[in-house]
Design a protein around this ligand. Structure first.
Ligand SMILES: Nc1ncnc2c1ncn2[C@@H]1O[C@H](COP(=O)(O)OP(=O)(O)OP(=O)(O)O)[C@@H](O)[C@H]1O
Ligand SMILES: [Mg+2]
Length: 250
């Protein structure tokens, strides 16, 4: 199937989802997964129907963050996401026998896996599907940009210069595909957004939506499973503001 036909078929499968929002940075470890999970849970807390897709095929961490070891039954198509706290979640870690073993796939297989997730998963009616992307600017981001009609991307950066450099690469890649960028979020901020992030926002002409502090509640604590926005009102308000300022709920 060529790209256009595949895109049509994916569009049909995802037709029950109103908005698809990606969380992305080419830089590893800046907090894409942390932000994806907390954005999804904030949207759910705001009363929306939400799905969360872990598009990090090689190192799918969403389930580990959530302390979730449920499996998706792959003998049945369509695949049915696992529901936790009202959020529908799908991740490659739910498809393999041992989610702690490495998943070693070449680019085309990564793309195929993503296509299957988009084509064969029954998300049902959703207001938002939040997609947690892996770092880099190759296979997974490329497939998503080519195949899915995204409402937009949230670009994550850290306070440092290299984070800003890599986040700029990601933003330029998204722009090249003519896809909207909802805004930039600085994670693990000191007191206020760093000069690097302010400069990044100015250079790209993209709004800095907010900054998220370094807080152990947002870290990968040993007592897995608790999502900060569910029990910490201060953190919830930060994410709620980011969502409102991104324009996705208006
Ligand atoms: N605001 C924060 N405060 C404290 N710890 C954080 C915060 N954001 C992220 N972390 C921690 O930093 C680490 C990296 O975060 P995360 O896995 O979300 O990044 P990522 O960008 O998804 O990484 P990868 O590129 O590997 O997918 C994790 O241990 C996470 O718990
Ligand atoms: Mg991640």
């Amino acid at each position: 199937m060529n790209v256009l036909k595949r895109k049509e078929s994916i569009k049909k499968s995802l037709s029950g989802i109103k908005h698809k929002v990606g969380v992305y940075s080419a830089k590893g470890g800046v907090g894409k997964t942390t932000i994806s999970i907390n954005l999804a849970y904030t949207l759910a807390k705001m009363g929306y129907k939400v799905g969360l897709l872990d598009a990090d095929i090689d190192c799918p961490n969403v389930t580990a963050f959530l302390g979730l070891d449920a499996k998706i039954d792959i003998s049945k198509i369509p695949l049915v996401p696992v529901e936790k706290d009202g959020v529908r979640i799908a991740s490659t870690s739910m498809l393999v026998d041992d989610s702690k073993k490495p998943i070693i796939w070449r680019g085309p297989l990564v793309a195929k896996m993503l296509e299957d997730f988009f084509e064969k998963t029954e998300w049902g009616e959703l207001d938002y599907l939040v997609i947690d992307l892996p770092p880099g600017t190759s296979d997974a981001p490329l497939s998503i940009l080519q195949l899915v009609d995204m409402q937009g991307f949230v670009i994550v950066t850290g306070p440092g210069r290299i984070s800003a450099l890599d986040s700029k690469r990601s933003a330029l890649m998204v722009k090249r595909f003519g896809v909207h960028i909802l805004g930039i979020v600085e994670n693990m901020s000191k007191e206020e957004p760093s000069q690097n992030s302010v400069k990044l926002s100015e250079e790209l002409g993209i709004r800095l939506l907010g900054s998220i502090p370094t807080d152990p509640k947002l870290g990968d604590r040993d007592d897995t499973g608790g999502v900060a926005v569910m029990y910490d009102d201060y953190i919830y308000r930060i994410f709620e503001r980011i969502i409102k300022d991104s324009g996705i709920t208006s």
